[in-house]
Design a protein around this ligand. Structure first.
Ligand SMILES: Nc1nc(=O)c2c([nH]1)NC[C@@H]1CN(c3ccc(C(=O)N[C@@H](CCC(=O)O)C(=O)O)cc3)C=[N+]21
Length: 297
C-alpha cells in the first residue's frame, strides 16, 4: 500500500485564495488593508530567499508588505526602537522578526517587545500562555499549517495517539498543545527519548520536527499512520548540487503510512499561507471585526 501524498502546495494556494477574498472584502466594506512588516537582521542567504517569497505572496493576496532590512551589526536598542515604531503604526497589523537573530541579541527580549496582538508568529510569551491555556491566541504558523492539514485529512482526531518528535518552542511545543486541543493522546519525543522507534510505532499521527535529515525510518511508522514532516534540510546531491529533504525517510515511510507530506511542497508552503492568515486575523481583531472563518484554530 502506498500512502496518500498530502499536497501542502495546493492546500496553501487554496488558503491564500481564501485570504485574498477576505482581504478584498475588508477593503471594500471597511477601507482596511492588512499590512505585514517583516524585519530581517543580517544577510543569511536562506533567510533572504524566504523573506522575498513572503513579501511576494503578501502582495499577491492584496496586503501591504513592509520590509525592513537591517545590517548584521545593528544594536539591540535600534531593533527595539524599530519594533516600537511598528507597534505604534496603525497600517501594520502583523510583525515578524526573522529568526535566528545575530548572536549579540537577546531573541526573547526582542520577541517579547512585539505587541502580542501583532505577533503573527505567535512567539510572544502572552500568545504562548494563551495557547497553553486554551484561550484565543496568535498560533505559530508552522504548527497551525500542520493542524490544518491534519484536520483536512483526518477530520475528528479525538482519542488518537499523536507523537511530536522535537521539543522546540516554535514547532514541537505549540504543536503538542494544538493536538491536545483536538483531544489526541499526545507524547513529545526528543533526543533523550529511550526506544524512540517503539514510541513512534504506537502513533496514529506523527509530526516530525527535529531538523535531522531522514532520521525517522520507514519501519518506525505504524501502518496507516498520518505523517507530517516539518523538516527542511538542505543536503548535498549529485554534481555538487543541493536538495531539500525532510526529517522522515520519505521513500520508505510512504510504503507504510496512510498519508504523508512531501518535502518540499508540504509544510513549508503552509507556513507562509498561515502567516498571511494570521495577518488577516490580526487586522480583523484590531478593528473589532469578526474573525475570518476556517483560517484560525
Ligand atoms: N520569525 C520567523 N518565522 C518563521 O516562520 C521562520 C523564521 N523566522 N525563520 C526561518 C524559518 C524557515 N521558514 C520557512 C517557511 C517556508 C518554507 C517553504 O516554503 N519551503 C518550501 C521550499 C523552498 C525552497 O525550495 O527552498 C517547501 O518546503 O516546499 C521554508 C522555510 C519560516 N521560518
Amino acid at each position: 500500500m502506498s500512502a496518500t501524498i498530502i499536497d501542502g502546495k495546493a492546500f496553501a494556494a487554496d488558503i491564500r485564495s481564501r485570504v485574498a477574498e477576505q482581504v478584498a472584502a475588508l477593503k471594500t466594506d471597511h477601507g482596511i488593508t492588512p499590512g505585514l512588516a517583516v524585519v530581517l537582521v543580517g544577510s543569511d542567504a536562506a533567510s533572504e530567499v524566504y523573506v522575498r517569497s513572503k513579501g511576494r505572496m503578501t502582495v499577491e493576496v492584496g496586503m501591504e508588505s513592509f520590509e525592513h532590512r537591517l545590517p548584521e551589526e545593528t544594536s539591540e536598542a535600534d531593533l527595539l526602537a524599530l519594533i516600537a515604531q511598528l507597534n505604534a503604526d496603525p497600517a501594520v497589523h502583523g510583525i515578524l522578526v526573522q529568526l535566528p537573530l545575530p548572536g549579540h541579541m537577546n531573541s526573547d527580549a526582542v520577541i517579547n517587545a512585539i505587541d502580542p496582538t501583532k505577533d503573527v508568529d505567535g512567539f510572544h510569551i502572552s500568545n504562548v500562555g494563551l495557547l497553553g491555556t486554551g484561550q484565543k491566541a496568535m498560533v505559530p504558523c508552522t504548527p497551525l499549517g500542520c493542524l490544518m492539514m491534519l484536520r483536512e485529512h483526518l477530520g475528528d482526531m479525538s482519542g488518537k495517539e499523536a507523537i511530536v518528535i522535537g521539543r522546540s518552542n516554535i514547532v514541537g511545543k505549540p504543536m503538542a498543545h494544538l493536538l491536545l486541543g483536538e483531544s489526541c493522546t499526545v507524547s513529545i519525543a526528543h533526543s533523550r527519548t529511550k526506544d524512540i522507534a517503539d514510541v513512534v510505532r504506537r502513533a496514529d499521527i506523527v509530526v516530525a520536527a527535529v531538523g535531522r535529515p531522514k532520521m525517522i525510518k520507514g519501519d518506525w511508522i505504524k501502518p496507516g499512520a498520518t505523517v507530517i514532516d516539518v523538516g527542511i534540510n538542505r543536503v548535498e546531491a549529485e554534481g555538487g548540487k543541493t536538495r531539500l529533504v525532510g526529517d522522515v525517510d520519505f521513500d520508505a515511510a510512504r510504503e507504510v503510512a496512510g498519508a504523508i507530506t512531501p518535502v518540499p511542497g508540504g509544510v513549508g508552503p503552509m507556513t507562509i499561507a498561515c502567516l498571511l492568515a494570521n495577518t488577516l486575523t490580526a487586522a480583523c481583531r484590531a478593528n473589532g471585526l469578526p474573525e475570518p472563518e476556517g483560517l484560525t484554530v
